[in-house]
Write a protein that binds this ligand. Sequence first.
Ligand code: SAM
Ligand code: SF4
Length: 328
Amino acid sequence: MNPVDYLRISLVDRCNFRCQYCMPEGADIQYALQQNLLTQPELITLLREVFIPVGFTRFRLTGGEPLVHPGVVEIVRTIAQFPATQDLSMTTNGFLLAGLAQDLHNAGLRRVNISLDSLDPDVFNQIIGNRGRSRWQQVWDGIQTAYQVGFNPLKLNVVVIPGVNDQEVLDLAALSIDREWHVRFIEFMPIGNDDLFQNRGWVSSEELRQQIRAKWGLTEGQVRGNGPADVFRIPNAKGTLGFISQMSECFCDRCNRMRLSADGWLRPCLLNETGQIDLKTGLRSGIPLEHLRQQVSELLLLKPEINYKQRDSGTTGAYSRTMSQIGG
Ligand code: SAM
Ligand code: SF4
Protein backbone atom coordinates (compact mmCIF):
# COMPACT_ATOMS: atom_id res chain seq x y z
CA MET A 1 0.00 0.00 0.00
CA ASN A 2 1.38 3.43 -0.95
CA PRO A 3 1.77 6.00 1.83
CA VAL A 4 -0.88 8.71 1.51
CA ASP A 5 1.26 11.84 1.24
CA TYR A 6 -0.30 13.65 -1.71
CA LEU A 7 -2.95 16.36 -1.29
CA ARG A 8 -4.98 17.85 -4.12
CA ILE A 9 -6.06 21.31 -3.07
CA SER A 10 -9.01 22.98 -4.77
CA LEU A 11 -8.33 26.71 -4.53
CA VAL A 12 -11.74 27.72 -5.82
CA ASP A 13 -14.89 25.88 -6.96
CA ARG A 14 -15.66 28.35 -9.77
CA CYS A 15 -14.31 28.34 -13.28
CA ASN A 16 -14.05 30.57 -16.33
CA PHE A 17 -14.97 27.61 -18.59
CA ARG A 18 -18.11 25.48 -18.73
CA CYS A 19 -16.75 22.19 -19.99
CA GLN A 20 -19.56 19.91 -21.13
CA TYR A 21 -18.24 17.01 -19.06
CA CYS A 22 -17.63 18.97 -15.88
CA MET A 23 -19.90 21.95 -15.22
CA PRO A 24 -22.00 22.40 -18.36
CA GLU A 25 -23.80 25.62 -19.19
CA GLY A 26 -27.19 25.68 -17.47
CA ALA A 27 -26.35 22.99 -14.90
CA ASP A 28 -27.60 23.67 -11.41
CA ILE A 29 -24.23 23.92 -9.71
CA GLN A 30 -24.27 24.95 -6.07
CA TYR A 31 -21.19 27.10 -5.60
CA ALA A 32 -19.96 27.62 -2.05
CA LEU A 33 -20.73 31.05 -0.65
CA GLN A 34 -17.68 33.32 -0.48
CA GLN A 35 -17.72 33.25 3.32
CA ASN A 36 -17.63 29.45 3.25
CA LEU A 37 -14.45 29.25 1.18
CA LEU A 38 -11.19 28.77 3.02
CA THR A 39 -9.32 32.06 3.19
CA GLN A 40 -5.69 32.15 2.10
CA PRO A 41 -4.40 32.29 5.73
CA GLU A 42 -6.74 29.42 6.71
CA LEU A 43 -5.46 27.29 3.86
CA ILE A 44 -1.85 28.00 4.77
CA THR A 45 -2.54 27.27 8.45
CA LEU A 46 -4.12 23.92 7.56
CA LEU A 47 -1.16 22.98 5.38
CA ARG A 48 1.52 24.06 7.85
CA GLU A 49 -0.14 22.95 11.09
CA VAL A 50 -2.19 19.93 10.04
CA PHE A 51 -1.27 18.34 6.70
CA ILE A 52 2.51 18.63 6.83
CA PRO A 53 2.80 17.40 10.43
CA VAL A 54 0.75 14.27 9.58
CA GLY A 55 2.99 13.45 6.62
CA PHE A 56 1.78 15.19 3.45
CA THR A 57 4.71 16.31 1.30
CA ARG A 58 3.28 16.59 -2.21
CA PHE A 59 0.67 19.10 -3.25
CA ARG A 60 -1.34 19.85 -6.38
CA LEU A 61 -3.35 23.04 -6.81
CA THR A 62 -6.54 22.57 -8.77
CA GLY A 63 -10.17 23.72 -8.79
CA GLY A 64 -12.49 24.81 -10.39
CA GLU A 65 -9.89 26.89 -12.12
CA PRO A 66 -6.97 27.62 -9.76
CA LEU A 67 -5.68 30.56 -11.82
CA VAL A 68 -8.83 32.61 -11.14
CA HIS A 69 -7.82 32.73 -7.45
CA PRO A 70 -6.29 36.20 -6.91
CA GLY A 71 -3.74 34.83 -4.42
CA VAL A 72 -2.54 31.93 -6.53
CA VAL A 73 1.08 33.14 -7.02
CA GLU A 74 1.45 33.90 -3.31
CA ILE A 75 -0.02 30.52 -2.35
CA VAL A 76 2.47 28.80 -4.68
CA ARG A 77 5.34 30.77 -3.15
CA THR A 78 4.33 29.87 0.40
CA ILE A 79 3.84 26.15 -0.29
CA ALA A 80 7.06 25.93 -2.34
CA GLN A 81 8.98 27.39 0.61
CA PHE A 82 7.75 24.88 3.20
CA PRO A 83 10.82 22.72 3.92
CA ALA A 84 8.58 19.63 3.87
CA THR A 85 7.34 20.23 0.31
CA GLN A 86 8.80 17.63 -2.02
CA ASP A 87 6.57 18.30 -4.98
CA LEU A 88 4.20 21.07 -6.02
CA SER A 89 2.14 21.04 -9.20
CA MET A 90 -1.01 22.52 -10.70
CA THR A 91 -3.87 21.46 -12.97
CA THR A 92 -5.29 24.34 -15.01
CA ASN A 93 -7.37 25.00 -18.11
CA GLY A 94 -4.51 27.26 -19.27
CA PHE A 95 -6.67 30.25 -20.19
CA LEU A 96 -4.84 32.65 -17.84
CA LEU A 97 -1.51 30.86 -18.01
CA ALA A 98 0.34 32.95 -20.60
CA GLY A 99 0.27 35.97 -18.29
CA LEU A 100 1.04 34.03 -15.10
CA ALA A 101 3.48 31.29 -16.15
CA GLN A 102 6.66 33.25 -15.41
CA ASP A 103 5.42 34.50 -12.02
CA LEU A 104 4.31 30.99 -11.06
CA HIS A 105 7.67 29.57 -12.07
CA ASN A 106 9.51 32.30 -10.15
CA ALA A 107 7.34 31.49 -7.13
CA GLY A 108 8.49 27.86 -7.23
CA LEU A 109 5.95 25.95 -9.34
CA ARG A 110 7.73 23.48 -11.61
CA ARG A 111 5.07 21.12 -12.91
CA VAL A 112 1.82 21.94 -14.64
CA ASN A 113 -0.98 19.92 -16.24
CA ILE A 114 -3.05 21.79 -18.79
CA SER A 115 -6.38 20.57 -20.10
CA LEU A 116 -6.55 20.54 -23.89
CA ASP A 117 -9.38 18.46 -25.31
CA SER A 118 -9.12 19.54 -28.92
CA LEU A 119 -6.80 21.10 -31.49
CA ASP A 120 -9.77 22.42 -33.44
CA PRO A 121 -10.86 25.82 -32.08
CA ASP A 122 -14.52 25.16 -33.00
CA VAL A 123 -14.62 21.80 -31.25
CA PHE A 124 -12.73 23.31 -28.32
CA ASN A 125 -15.28 26.11 -28.05
CA GLN A 126 -18.09 23.60 -28.14
CA ILE A 127 -16.46 21.55 -25.35
CA ILE A 128 -15.75 24.48 -23.06
CA GLY A 129 -19.23 25.93 -23.58
CA ASN A 130 -18.00 29.18 -25.05
CA ARG A 131 -20.35 31.00 -27.40
CA GLY A 132 -18.16 34.06 -27.77
CA ARG A 133 -14.68 34.61 -29.17
CA SER A 134 -12.58 31.47 -29.41
CA ARG A 135 -10.49 30.76 -26.38
CA TRP A 136 -8.39 28.05 -27.98
CA GLN A 137 -5.58 30.37 -29.09
CA GLN A 138 -5.18 31.83 -25.63
CA VAL A 139 -4.93 28.35 -24.11
CA TRP A 140 -2.43 27.34 -26.78
CA ASP A 141 -0.38 30.46 -26.02
CA GLY A 142 -0.50 29.51 -22.34
CA ILE A 143 0.87 26.05 -23.15
CA GLN A 144 3.66 27.50 -25.30
CA THR A 145 4.57 30.06 -22.64
CA ALA A 146 4.67 27.41 -19.92
CA TYR A 147 6.96 25.32 -22.13
CA GLN A 148 9.29 28.26 -22.81
CA VAL A 149 9.37 29.28 -19.16
CA GLY A 150 10.63 25.80 -18.34
CA PHE A 151 7.78 23.84 -16.77
CA ASN A 152 8.92 20.26 -16.80
CA PRO A 153 7.23 17.89 -17.10
CA LEU A 154 4.49 19.70 -19.00
CA LYS A 155 1.42 17.48 -19.23
CA LEU A 156 -1.67 17.94 -21.37
CA ASN A 157 -4.92 16.38 -20.13
CA VAL A 158 -7.48 15.13 -22.65
CA VAL A 159 -10.92 13.76 -21.78
CA VAL A 160 -12.12 11.78 -24.80
CA ILE A 161 -15.84 11.95 -25.53
CA PRO A 162 -17.26 9.82 -28.34
CA GLY A 163 -18.60 11.91 -31.21
CA VAL A 164 -17.09 15.11 -29.80
CA ASN A 165 -13.29 14.82 -29.91
CA ASP A 166 -12.53 11.11 -30.40
CA GLN A 167 -11.58 11.75 -34.03
CA GLU A 168 -8.62 13.80 -32.77
CA VAL A 169 -6.93 11.16 -30.65
CA LEU A 170 -4.06 10.64 -33.09
CA ASP A 171 -3.49 14.37 -33.61
CA LEU A 172 -3.40 14.94 -29.86
CA ALA A 173 -1.10 11.97 -29.32
CA ALA A 174 1.21 13.37 -32.01
CA LEU A 175 1.89 16.42 -29.81
CA SER A 176 4.21 14.16 -27.80
CA ILE A 177 6.44 13.33 -30.78
CA ASP A 178 8.49 16.49 -31.42
CA ARG A 179 8.22 18.19 -28.03
CA GLU A 180 8.79 16.96 -24.54
CA TRP A 181 5.07 17.16 -23.83
CA HIS A 182 3.24 14.42 -21.99
CA VAL A 183 -0.26 13.84 -23.32
CA ARG A 184 -2.60 12.07 -20.92
CA PHE A 185 -5.90 10.59 -21.96
CA ILE A 186 -8.42 10.50 -19.10
CA GLU A 187 -11.44 8.20 -19.33
CA PHE A 188 -14.68 10.18 -19.16
CA MET A 189 -16.45 9.59 -15.82
CA PRO A 190 -20.15 10.03 -14.97
CA ILE A 191 -19.38 12.90 -12.65
CA GLY A 192 -20.46 16.41 -13.64
CA ASN A 193 -22.70 15.64 -16.64
CA ASP A 194 -24.45 12.32 -16.40
CA ASP A 195 -26.71 13.06 -19.42
CA LEU A 196 -23.69 13.50 -21.67
CA PHE A 197 -22.22 10.30 -20.26
CA GLN A 198 -25.47 8.38 -20.88
CA ASN A 199 -25.86 9.78 -24.41
CA ARG A 200 -22.26 9.57 -25.60
CA GLY A 201 -20.67 6.86 -23.50
CA TRP A 202 -16.96 6.74 -22.97
CA VAL A 203 -13.86 5.38 -24.68
CA SER A 204 -11.54 3.03 -22.82
CA SER A 205 -7.80 3.62 -22.62
CA GLU A 206 -7.23 0.28 -24.32
CA GLU A 207 -9.30 1.36 -27.36
CA LEU A 208 -7.20 4.52 -27.58
CA ARG A 209 -3.95 2.57 -27.27
CA GLN A 210 -5.07 0.26 -30.09
CA GLN A 211 -5.59 3.24 -32.41
CA ILE A 212 -2.21 4.71 -31.50
CA ARG A 213 -0.40 1.37 -31.67
CA ALA A 214 -1.81 0.73 -35.15
CA LYS A 215 -0.38 4.04 -36.38
CA TRP A 216 3.03 4.25 -34.70
CA GLY A 217 3.48 1.38 -32.26
CA LEU A 218 3.85 1.99 -28.51
CA THR A 219 6.61 1.25 -26.04
CA GLU A 220 6.63 1.57 -22.26
CA GLY A 221 7.51 5.06 -21.00
CA GLN A 222 8.17 6.96 -17.81
CA VAL A 223 7.42 10.44 -16.57
CA ARG A 224 7.82 12.13 -13.20
CA GLY A 225 4.59 12.70 -11.28
CA ASN A 226 2.18 11.32 -8.76
CA GLY A 227 -0.42 10.09 -11.12
CA PRO A 228 -2.20 6.81 -11.64
CA ALA A 229 -1.43 7.02 -15.37
CA ASP A 230 -0.06 4.06 -17.31
CA VAL A 231 2.74 5.63 -19.33
CA PHE A 232 3.78 4.74 -22.88
CA ARG A 233 5.80 6.35 -25.63
CA ILE A 234 5.49 6.49 -29.41
CA PRO A 235 8.84 5.03 -30.53
CA ASN A 236 11.50 7.81 -30.57
CA ALA A 237 9.05 10.46 -29.38
CA LYS A 238 10.42 13.14 -27.03
CA GLY A 239 7.34 13.08 -24.79
CA THR A 240 5.09 10.34 -23.47
CA LEU A 241 1.46 9.23 -23.56
CA GLY A 242 -0.37 8.58 -20.30
CA PHE A 243 -3.66 6.73 -19.86
CA ILE A 244 -5.79 7.29 -16.79
CA SER A 245 -8.27 4.47 -16.72
CA GLN A 246 -10.45 5.00 -13.69
CA MET A 247 -13.47 3.54 -15.54
CA SER A 248 -11.88 0.43 -16.99
CA GLU A 249 -9.37 -0.34 -14.24
CA CYS A 250 -9.59 0.14 -10.52
CA PHE A 251 -6.45 1.71 -9.12
CA CYS A 252 -7.77 2.20 -5.58
CA ASP A 253 -5.02 -0.03 -4.23
CA ARG A 254 -2.40 2.39 -5.61
CA CYS A 255 -4.21 5.54 -4.42
CA ASN A 256 -1.90 7.89 -2.49
CA ARG A 257 -4.04 11.02 -2.38
CA MET A 258 -6.67 12.97 -0.52
CA ARG A 259 -8.59 16.03 -1.65
CA LEU A 260 -9.22 19.32 0.10
CA SER A 261 -12.18 21.20 -1.36
CA ALA A 262 -12.26 24.99 -1.62
CA ASP A 263 -14.79 25.06 1.23
CA GLY A 264 -12.47 23.11 3.49
CA TRP A 265 -13.76 19.52 3.32
CA LEU A 266 -11.15 16.80 3.30
CA ARG A 267 -12.21 13.79 1.19
CA PRO A 268 -10.36 10.49 1.20
CA CYS A 269 -11.73 9.42 -2.21
CA LEU A 270 -12.95 11.22 -5.34
CA LEU A 271 -15.89 8.87 -5.72
CA ASN A 272 -16.81 8.00 -2.16
CA GLU A 273 -17.86 10.60 0.41
CA THR A 274 -17.45 8.35 3.45
CA GLY A 275 -15.41 9.81 6.26
CA GLN A 276 -14.97 13.33 4.92
CA ILE A 277 -14.03 16.00 7.48
CA ASP A 278 -15.13 19.62 7.62
CA LEU A 279 -11.78 21.18 8.50
CA LYS A 280 -12.89 24.75 7.90
CA THR A 281 -15.63 24.60 10.53
CA GLY A 282 -13.20 22.90 12.89
CA LEU A 283 -10.63 25.62 12.36
CA ARG A 284 -13.13 28.48 12.68
CA SER A 285 -14.71 27.10 15.83
CA GLY A 286 -11.32 27.11 17.51
CA ILE A 287 -10.86 23.35 17.87
CA PRO A 288 -7.21 22.89 18.88
CA LEU A 289 -5.02 22.13 15.88
CA GLU A 290 -3.88 18.98 17.66
CA HIS A 291 -7.46 17.66 17.40
CA LEU A 292 -7.60 18.44 13.69
CA ARG A 293 -4.31 16.60 13.19
CA GLN A 294 -5.81 13.68 15.11
CA GLN A 295 -8.92 13.64 12.88
CA VAL A 296 -6.82 13.68 9.72
CA SER A 297 -4.53 10.94 11.07
CA GLU A 298 -7.57 8.77 11.83
CA LEU A 299 -8.92 9.33 8.32
CA LEU A 300 -5.53 8.33 6.91
CA LEU A 301 -5.85 5.03 8.76
CA LEU A 302 -9.36 4.48 7.39
CA LYS A 303 -8.47 5.46 3.83
CA PRO A 304 -7.63 1.97 2.51
CA GLU A 305 -11.22 0.94 3.32
CA ILE A 306 -12.81 3.97 1.65
CA ASN A 307 -12.62 3.70 -2.09
CA TYR A 308 -14.36 3.59 -5.41
CA LYS A 309 -15.15 -0.11 -5.07
CA GLN A 310 -17.40 0.50 -2.07
CA ARG A 311 -18.79 3.80 -3.32
CA ASP A 312 -22.36 4.72 -2.71
CA SER A 313 -23.59 5.55 -6.23
CA GLY A 314 -27.05 5.82 -7.73
CA THR A 315 -28.39 3.48 -10.36
CA THR A 316 -26.57 5.28 -13.15
CA GLY A 317 -23.37 5.61 -11.18
CA ALA A 318 -23.56 9.43 -11.23
CA TYR A 319 -22.17 11.45 -8.34
CA SER A 320 -23.60 14.41 -6.48
CA ARG A 321 -20.57 16.71 -6.67
CA THR A 322 -18.65 17.64 -9.81
CA MET A 323 -14.88 17.38 -10.25
CA SER A 324 -14.75 21.16 -10.05
CA GLN A 325 -16.42 21.12 -6.64
CA ILE A 326 -14.34 18.30 -5.20
CA GLY A 327 -11.03 19.38 -6.67
CA GLY A 328 -10.43 17.18 -9.68
N1 SAM B 1 -9.91 23.67 -14.33
C1 SAM B 1 -8.75 22.87 -14.33
C2 SAM B 1 -8.66 22.01 -15.57
O1 SAM B 1 -9.67 21.86 -16.26
O2 SAM B 1 -7.61 21.49 -15.86
C3 SAM B 1 -8.59 22.03 -13.09
C4 SAM B 1 -9.81 21.37 -12.52
S1 SAM B 1 -10.51 20.10 -13.53
C5 SAM B 1 -11.90 19.61 -12.54
C6 SAM B 1 -9.32 18.81 -13.34
C7 SAM B 1 -9.37 17.72 -14.37
O3 SAM B 1 -10.59 17.00 -14.22
C8 SAM B 1 -9.31 18.19 -15.80
O4 SAM B 1 -8.23 17.56 -16.48
C9 SAM B 1 -10.63 17.73 -16.38
O5 SAM B 1 -10.50 17.40 -17.72
C10 SAM B 1 -10.98 16.56 -15.50
N2 SAM B 1 -12.42 16.25 -15.48
C11 SAM B 1 -13.44 17.04 -15.14
N3 SAM B 1 -14.63 16.39 -15.24
C12 SAM B 1 -14.33 15.13 -15.66
C13 SAM B 1 -15.11 13.97 -15.98
N4 SAM B 1 -16.43 13.97 -15.89
N5 SAM B 1 -14.45 12.84 -16.36
C14 SAM B 1 -13.09 12.81 -16.46
N6 SAM B 1 -12.31 13.89 -16.20
C15 SAM B 1 -12.91 15.03 -15.81
FE1 SF4 C 1 -13.49 24.37 -15.50
FE2 SF4 C 1 -11.64 22.50 -15.46
FE3 SF4 C 1 -14.22 21.85 -15.07
FE4 SF4 C 1 -13.44 22.64 -17.48
S1 SF4 C 1 -12.76 20.79 -16.38
S2 SF4 C 1 -15.26 23.38 -16.37
S3 SF4 C 1 -11.89 24.09 -17.03
S4 SF4 C 1 -12.98 23.07 -13.73
